[in-house]
Design a binder for this molecule. Structure first.
Ligand code: AMP
Ligand code: MG
Length: 349
C-alpha cells in the first residue's frame, strides 16, 4: 500500500519526513519532490531496495541512478576524492539542479551505478528532499519518479498515476520548481562534458567549466551514447507528437485542418491566435520560458488523456532554459518536426 502525505514544500512536517525516512532506512521506496522533478528514492547502500526502484519504473538495470546527498561530507561516502578546486565549485552550485558524474569509490552497489566505475551525484535544492536525506542518514539513489520512457513527474498526481500501490510513500509537495531534470556534467574525462542540459544554463556553467564540451546534447541515432540513459526512449506520450516549425505554422494548420482531432500545445500568445474550436493547451507566455519548462511534462501527459489523435507543439528559442526545454520536447517527439500543413495532415489516420 502507498501512503500519500501532503507536505509544505518550504516547511515539511517533522512527522512526515520522519516516517518517510524510516521507510528508506527499512529498505522501502519513497517518491519525493525536488526542485527539478519528483524522484523515486531508496537507500543507495541497499541493493534490494534500489532493485525495487528499478522494477517499479521498469528501468533497464544498465541505466544508473543519480545519488542524492544532503551535505558535502556525504560526497566522500559515494565518490572518490575530488580536487579542492572542484569542491569549491560544488559548494557554489550545490544545492542546485545539477548533477556531476564523478569517479566512484567502489562502495556503491552495482544496482546504483549500473556496474560503471563512475557515479552521478547531486545535492538537490529542495527542503523536502534535503530533510529526507538528512533524516534517513544515507545518500538516496533516486531516478525520476515516472515509468521509464514516460514524461517525468512534476506533480504528485503524475507519480500516483504511474506508481500508486507500488511505492511505500509519496511525499506530495506540490508542483516542482523547474519541471525539468537536472543538468548533468561528466567530470571524469579530460574535458568537462555536458550530458544533459537543465535549469542551470550552458551560459552560466561555462563560467565555472571553461572548456565545457556541449557537442553531444543532441546525439544522432547511430552514435554511441555518452550516457547510458541517452539511448533509451524518453518523455514520450503514447500518441504522436510533432514539433511545429514555428507558431505561424500552428495557426495555419489549425485553420486548414479545422475539425481534426489535433491538440495544439503552445504559448499563451499563440493560443489567442488559434481559430475558435481548435483544441489547445496554453503552457505559459513566450516571455517566461521558466513557466513553459514547469508545465512541459504535465502538458505531455495531458496529450494521452485528451481525445486528440495527435499533438503539435510550439518550439521556443534554444537559449537559457529554452535549450533544456527543446531538448526534452524533441526527444518526446522522437525528433519528429513538421514544416508544412501537409506534413501535419499526414500524421492523422
Ligand atoms: P534520471 O534519474 O531519470 O534523471 O536519469 C539520470 C540520467 O543520468 C540517466 O540518463 C543516466 O543514464 C545518467 N547517469 C547516471 N549515472 C551516470 C554515470 N555514472 N555516467 C553517465 N551517465 C549517468
Ligand atoms: Mg528519468
Amino acid at each position: 500500500m502507498t501512503r500519500i502525505l501532503r507536505v509544505n514544500p518550504l516547511n515539511p512536517s517533522v512527522d512526515a519526513i520522519h516516517e518517510a525516512a524510516r521507510a528508506i532506512i527499512d529498505g522501502g521506496t519513497v517518491a519525493f519532490p525536488t526542485e527539478t522533478v519528483y524522484g523515486l528514492g531508496a537507500s543507495a547502500f541497499n541493493p534490494a531496495a534500489v532493485r525495487k526502484v528499478f522494477e517499479i519504473k521498469g528501468r533497464p538495470s544498465d541505466n544508473p541512478a543519480i545519488v542524492h546527498i544532503a551535505s558535502i561530507e556525504q560526497l566522500n561516502d559515494v565518490a572518490a576524492p575530488v580536487s579542492d578546486e572542484l569542491l569549491s565549485k560544488f559548494k557554489i552550485l550545490w544545492p542546485g539542479p545539477i548533477t556531476f558524474v564523478l569517479k566512484g569509490n567502489g562502495k556503491l552497489p552495482k544496482e546504483v551505478t549500473g556496474g560503471l566505475d563512475t557515479v552521478s551525484v547531486r545535492m538537490p535544492a529542495h527542503t523536502v528532499a534535503l530533510r529526507l536525506i538528512e533524516a534517513a542518514g544515507v545518500p538516496i539513489a533516486a531516478p525520476s519518479a515516472n515509468i521509464s520512457g514516460r514524461p517525468s513527474s512534476t506533480l504528485a498526481s503524475h507519480v500516483i498515476a504511474d506508481m500508486d500501490g507500488k511505492v511505500d510513500f509519496i511525499l506530495d509537495g506540490g508542483n516542482t520548481i523547474f519541471g525539468l531534470e537536472s543538468t548533468i556534467i561528466d567530470l571524469t574525462k579530460e574535458r568537462p562534458r555536458l550530458l544533459r542540459p537543465g535549469a542551470y544554463t550552458v551560459e552560466e556553467l561555462s563560467k565555472y567549466f571553461e572548456e565545457l564540451d556541449t557537442s553531444d546534447i543532441i546525439i544522432s541515432a547511430n552514435e554511441a551514447p555518452p550516457s547510458p540513459g541517452l539511448k533509451y526512449k524518453h518523455y514520450a506520450p503514447e500518441k504522436r507528437l510533432v514539433v511545429a516549425r514555428d507558431a505561424e505554422l500552428m495557426v495555419e494548420a489549425a485553420d486548414a485542418l479545422r475539425g481534426k482531432k489535433i491538440l495544439f500545445i503552445c504559448s499563451d500568445e499563440t493560443a489567442k491566435l488559434l481559430p475558435s474550436g481548435s483544441m489547445r493547451l496554453a503552457i505559459g507566455s513566450r516571455s517566461d520560458l521558466y513557466r513553459i519548462a514547469q508545465n512541459l511534462f504535465d502538458s505531455l501527459r495531458k496529450i494521452d488523456r485528451s481525445d486528440a489523435e495527435i499533438a503539435v507543439i510550439e518550439p521556443f528559442p534554444e537559449r537559457g532554459i529554452g535549450l533544456a526545454v527543446m531538448n526534452r520536447m524533441r526527444k518526446a517527439a522522437n525528433m519528429l518536426t513538421a514544416d508544412s500543413v501537409e506534413s501535419i495532415a499526414k500524421l492523422l489516420g
